[in-house]
Ligand binder design. Structure first.
Ligand SMILES: O=C[C@H](O)COP(=O)(O)O
Length: 242
């Protein structure tokens, strides 16, 4: 069963998405890019509003410069979210960046690397993330018109999930997913599926979430079989403690 990750823009949306069945609440500014960062005060408010019943994640922004990535990851980790999602956009020495993120932050938070499916993702970063102590790895897209299903083929998605599994990483898929995609993607065995646009008014990720759609997505994930639940802060299924 994939866990349902829903990106939210503010504390009110976070509380409603959790009530509608989201397993992970992902703090993100959907108007500021694929992995747009919210102000740290808003991330903290989301963390507090949701409480300990849900896993809370947050993104750090669509950043490339390694120093900027490290600074932003530090700031977001300090908010007390359960996981910090770091976009691994193409740039110089990504393996070095992953190793440095692990060194600086690995003992303070659970890092999740996000490979950008429509920007020639480097799969060598999957073992690098595992070696650096990351908790997980995801694929998402920068472009939101076609999303993951047009940026990747079925074999590529299956190989990514299998590679992450082999390296002991929690693994997630995202990128303009729709509820109808859940059953097919769940068959690959990811730990989580991430949504924003597919659950929003007019399928526009900048507009508010439609809570009936969040509930429908949660039900589709539950119907898709059994697997480890990542609900709770910290997510006990990862074998990590607070
Ligand atoms: O991490 C999940 C993302 O927020 C997915 O956003 P999207 O469904 O609009 O591509």
């Amino acid at each position: 069963m994939p866990n349902l990750l829903v990106s939210v823009a503010d504390p009110a949306e976070a509380v409603r998405a959790a009530a509608a069945g989201a397993d992970l609440i992902d703090a993100k500014d959907p108007t500021a890019g694929a992995l747009g960062a919210l102000p740290v005060e808003t991330i903290r408010a989301i963390r507090e509003a949701v409480g300990r019943s849900r896993t809370v994640t947050a993104v750090i922004g669509d950043l490339i410069d390694s120093a900027g990535v490290l600074d932003a990851a530090e700031r977001v980790a300090a908010t007390g979210v359960d996981m910090v999602k770091v976009g691994l956009f193409p740039g110089p020495d990504r393996a070095g960046l992953v190793a440095e993120l692990g060194r600086r932050l690995g003992s303070r938070t659970r890092l999740v690397g996000v490979l950008i499916a429509d920007r020639a993702p480097d799969l060598a970063l999957v073992p690098a993330a595992a070696a650096a102590g990351f908790a997980g790895i995801m694929m998402d897209t920068e472009g939101k018109a076609g999303g993951l299903l047009s940026a990747t083929g079925p074999a590529e998605r299956a190989a990514f999930v299998a590679l992450a599994r082999r390296h002991g990483l929690m693994v997630g898929l995202a990128g303009s997913l729709r509820i109808a995609d859940i059953a097919g993607l769940a068959a690959l065995g990811p730990d989580l599926l991430g949504f924003r646009g597919g659950l929003c008014e007019d399928f526009d990720r900048r507009r508010p979430l439609v809570m009936d759609r969040v509930a429908e997505a949660a039900a589709a994930c539950r119907a898709a079989g059994s697997g480890r639940r990542l609900v709770g802060s910290p997510p006990a299924a990862l074998g990590l403690t607070a």
